[in-house]
Design a protein around this ligand. Structure first.
Ligand code: NAP
Length: 242
């Protein structure tokens, strides 16, 4: 049994990734934090592919919640391990730094960076034991170029890229790859409040990307064909920033 865990699998890019990985033959564990209804919809879509799916609730930024939930899963699946982890959960709280409340600084960074630390550390020992793993971190163009009004989000995603490169070197010899994906503007709930009409004028391809396009890239990185790619940051942004 092959298992993949997708944090923030209830909606948007995470949902598309769950479906893609299930089409590749993975049993998919769909993590969410608040939105059980949407997580259940993802589960239905996963099961429609003929693959097994499970819902797993935890807030990625809460260390004990993450470790206890994953420990419990491991106890009930003594012969299995999770060999694909997609650290996808993320949030935006945009504001210029001069006006940014401390809470918005903390929650964005904690969701991305503590989320990466908590979830990855909980799954790494089994990957190391089995000498196989794929860790795929959902960064952003914002973490590469920096985007005004997103100092918290750019910091979080830039940190995630640095963590990707560091961890890749730590675990390469164990046949575990660690890569980051840096999407530009993708049509999901996260970008729903943006002025799409004016933003697309700045994108060479003149459109937002789709969650399915990002999921295809995740699928490739998770596949055996990508076995020699590690420590990389792969952009998917319609030419927005190269
Ligand atoms: P989205 O539609 O807003 O979905 C966010 C997902 O993250 C939801 O499943 C949500 O769960 C989950 N989540 C949020 N906080 C969480 C927490 N503390 N613990 C566990 N799960 C949590 O976002 P999206 O556009 O699909 O974005 C997915 C990832 O891609 C994010 O990391 C985002 O930063 C990144 N990204 C997105 C874009 C874009 O243009 N959309 C561009 C670059 C990068 P609930 O449903 O339970 O709330």
């Amino acid at each position: 049994m092959k298992y993949a865990l997708v944090t923030g699998g209830s909606r948007g890019i995470g949902r598309a990734v769950c479906i893609k990985l299930s089409l590749m033959g993975y049993n998919v564990i769909i993590n969410y934090a608040n939105n059980i209804t949407e997580a259940q919809k993802t589960l239905e879509l996963v099961e429609m592919t003929g693959q097994h799916g499970e819902i797993m609730m935890f807030d990625v930024s809460k260390r004990e919640q993450v470790s206890k939930t994953i420990e419990k899963w491991q106890e009930t699946h003594p012969n299995d391990y999770i060999d694909v982890l997609v650290n996808n959960a993320g949030i935006r709280r945009d504001n210029i730094l001069a006006l940014m409340p401390e809470e918005d600084w903390n929650i964005v960074i904690d969701t991305t960076l503590k989320g990466f630390y908590n979830t990855t550390q909980a799954l790494l020992p089994a990957m190391i034991r089995h000498k196989h793993g794929r860790i795929i971190n959902m960064a952003s163009v914002s973490g590469i170029s920096g985007i005004r009004g997103q100092a918290n989000y750019s910091t979080a995603k830039g940190g995630l890229i640095a963590a990707t490169k560091a961890l890749a070197q730590e675990v390469a010899a164990k046949n575990i790859t660690v890569n980051a994906i840096a999407p530009g503007f993708i049509k999901t709930d996260m970008t729903d409040d943006l002025d799409e009409e004016s933003i697309v004028k700045t994108i060479p391809m003149r459109r937002f990307g789709t969650p399915e396009e990002v999921a295809e890239l995740v699928g490739f990185i998770a596949s055996p064909a990508a076995g020699y790619i590690t420590g990389s940051v792969i952009s998917i942004n319609g030419g927005l920033y190269t």
